[in-house]
Design a binder for this molecule. Sequence first.
Ligand code: ADP
Ligand code: MG
Length: 216
Amino acid sequence: MEVRLEDVWFSYDGRRYVLRSVNVEFKGRGLHVVMGPNGSGKTTLLKIVSLIYKPTRGSVVVDGRGYWDLGPGERDSIRQHIVYVHDKPIILRGDVWYNVSLGLRLKGSDSYDYLEELVERYGVSELLRSSSRSLSAGQRRLISIIRALALKPRVLVLDEPFNHLDSSRVRMLVEDLTSMAGSSLVVVATHYMVRELMGSATRLYELVDGSLREQG
Ligand SMILES: Nc1ncnc2c1ncn2[C@@H]1O[C@H](COP(=O)(O)OP(=O)(O)O)[C@@H](O)[C@H]1O
Ligand SMILES: [Mg+2]
């Protein structure tokens, strides 16, 4: 799946633009990393890429068609291939297994092998029957990321996925995102550069005051 932003502007209040003429093309595969300081517009940009926010001006073109000009049915069929992982992990009441398997359950999937592998590898197995309320910030983030990875979506968008993760989990995550980027489009926003990402990113972008620039 290919997502292209054409002259995208975004304003929350109709006065100040937090994205200013963003032009970028995310091809069907690869690991795209958007860096930038707090408040530079990364979360806003990612929500536009994920088809959650409609740009104030400009177009979001998905596989050659202007997404916001499509009817609700066509939008839904595109939207279902895109998974967005919020910077604040969304964790529901219930235990950890309930939370990590939620995505697959909603999708009606019965292939849990990859999820089980992820749970094992990220060291979450011991926690599966624990209440989600007892989790640390890093554990909450891992749960939200594992839930998304398990879906193997065509487009995976992650906002600040490295916050609160220890260095070995960061390394694992970069490896998993890199391998997923072999067949999917993966877009990551981060306010600090994770060293492991430098070598793995297909493309690096910097967002400064709402303007996006590709890094050489
Ligand atoms: N819901 C909102 N309402 C109004 N302003 C917002 C909202 N969300 C973000 N902003 C503003 O938009 C700008 C960009 O924010 P954001 O996209 O969250 O940046 P980043 O993720 O890079 O920190 C900031 O100035 C922020 O204050
Ligand atoms: Mg943000």
